[in-house]
Design a protein. Structure first.
Length: 460
């Protein structure tokens, strides 16, 4: 598709199941889960004034599911009486069996931490909901055939409570379109004539017990911090600063504070700040355009000041720059060098880096279509978001990434007299990825969110 511009401007839970469902001969029957086994939320986007949206969140706790079912690996699906709004969401409580080989041989961080996983889905209405009638089933293997779908549908609908949750929106506007993550690959209530692909079901999961709270628009700094702290836990690279909230220059012991300062990310407190571009540019070249702050500057300068650059490697795909640090004119050091491994990030490259035990970060750019514009030719970049990738895999042929971030970030309340709120919004996401619009760029959530930059920091 043609865009007006394509910048990389980063500005921006469980107890008793209900009775099991009648099974199919020769198979383990799916188990219907009750309100004590999963959690449903309805998103209110802060940037839309806290208005409710039709974006729902399903959260599943792998450890709780294991306690209920006796199985450490399985799949959760949600049927709302008309369609499957979430399908074959993988749930793994035994992380050792999914750990990349390199980390299994190394001094990896705590691999017993299986975070509650959140999946976005379409509620079907932006009206504020207090409850949702649905069937939630847990199956030992993915639902792939017509008979399996019919078995899952045979359970009675259960009323699940829905709680509102305020989330930071990386778009600046409320999402008008429903997310597509892990939805069934058809739009009508009718079941597919052919079964889904039964093969290609696997997962790689890195340790992910580290996830820092972020201030307003601090996603790039937080993602880099999460990556470096993971590497330090796994390989003892010598990060001297602490995890947790931090702003430059006030919080000098905190890693976030140093990364903000080294990348020149501006902020006037935890609830008022700005994002970062890829690079700081020479004033004669770019500061007039706002390029006075850069997350690659933060990463390289921190490595140069505090870490052993000879132990580290950097690689990237996508973005505007073919070479780092050479593409950033304000970075003083010249190591480690990263040569762009492709103009567009690929699922294979990202997973290879995860398998190699590297800290992988992705930047997702969100586009919008102006009123009256052509969805194919008039998409305009709105903002972007950066997250750490801690795993990847396939579920019945559908590819997905495990991502972590602070989904809420700190921000001003929507009260009559706005107050700064320090939000506890840490999330561990699982999101389907595919080139859903056929333009060669990986989509997450929907056609208007694309992965445009992938970065991997490794240890030799």
């Amino acid at each position: 598709m043609t865009r007006r511009f394509r910048p990389l401007a980063l500005a921006a839970a469980l107890a008793c199941p209900t009775p099991g469902v009648a099974g199919v001969a020769g198979t383990t029957p799916p188990l219907a889960l009750g309100p004590d086994a999963v959690r449903f939320e309805q998103v209110r986007w802060r940037e839309a004034g806290g208005a409710t949206s039709q974006t729902g969140i399903l959260t599943v706790d792998p450890a709780r599911i294991e306690a209920l079912t006796g199985s450490s690996t399985g799949y959760v699906s949600v049927y709302d009486g008309r369609r499957f709004t979430a399908l074959n969401v993988p749930v793994h409580a035994d992380l050792q069996s999914h750990l990349p080989d390199r980390l299994a041989r190394g001094t990896a961080a705590d691999t017993d931490f299986a975070a509650p996983l959140s999946v976005e889905f379409d509620l079907g209405t932006p009206r504020a909901l207090r409850g949702l009638r649905a069937t939630v089933v847990y199956s030992a293997s993915p639902l792939v055939g017509r008979a399996a779908f019919q078995v899952a549908q045979s359970a009675p609908l259960t009323l699940f409570p829905v709680t509102p949750v305020l989330m930071a929106d990386d778009t600046g506007v409320s999402l008008p379109e429903p997310p597509l993550t892990f939805q069934a690959p058809w739009d009508s209530p009718a079941l597919p004539d052919l079964p889904l692909a039964a093969g290609n079901t696997w997962s790689l999961i890195q340790p992910h017990d580290i996830n820092v709270q972020a201030a307003r628009d601090q996603c790039t700094t937080a993602a880099i911090a999460n990556g470096l702290l993971f590497l330090d836990a796994a390989y003892a690279i010598g990060v001297p600063h602490l995890p947790g909230r931090g702003l430059a220059p006030a919080d000098g012991l905190m890693l976030l504070s140093w990364l903000d300062g080294l990348g020149h990310r501006p902020s006037d407190g935890p609830c008022v700040g700005d994002g970062a571009y890829t690079c700081r540019l020479d004033p004669d070249d770019g500061w007039a355009k706002g390029h006075d702050r850069g997350f690659m500057d933060a990463l390289y300068r921190y490595i140069g000041w505090y870490l052993d650059a000879d132990r580290l490697t950097i690689a990237h795909q996508g973005g505007e720059h073919e070479v780092f640090p050479g593409g950033c004119s304000m970075i003083p050091q010249d190591e480690p060098v990263s040569l762009r491994a492709g103009t567009k990030p690929t699922f294979e490259w990202i997973c290879d880096r995860v398998a190699a035990g590297e800290a992988v970060l992705i930047s997702t750019v969100r586009y919008s279509v102006p009123e009256g514009g052509d969805p194919e030719t008039d998409q305009v970049a709105q903002s972007a978001h950066m997250q750490r990738v801690f795993g990847c895999g396939e579920s019945a042929g559908s590819r997905y990434l495990y991502l972590l971030d602070d989904g809420a970030q700190d921000g001003m309340t929507d009260d009559a007299v706005p107050m700064c709120a320090l939000n506890d919004g840490l999330r561990w996401w699982i999101r389907g990825v595919s080139d859903s619009d056929g333009d060669g760029w990986l989509n997450v959530k929907n056609d208007l969110h694309e992965i445009e930059f992938a970065l991997a920091v490794g240890v030799k």
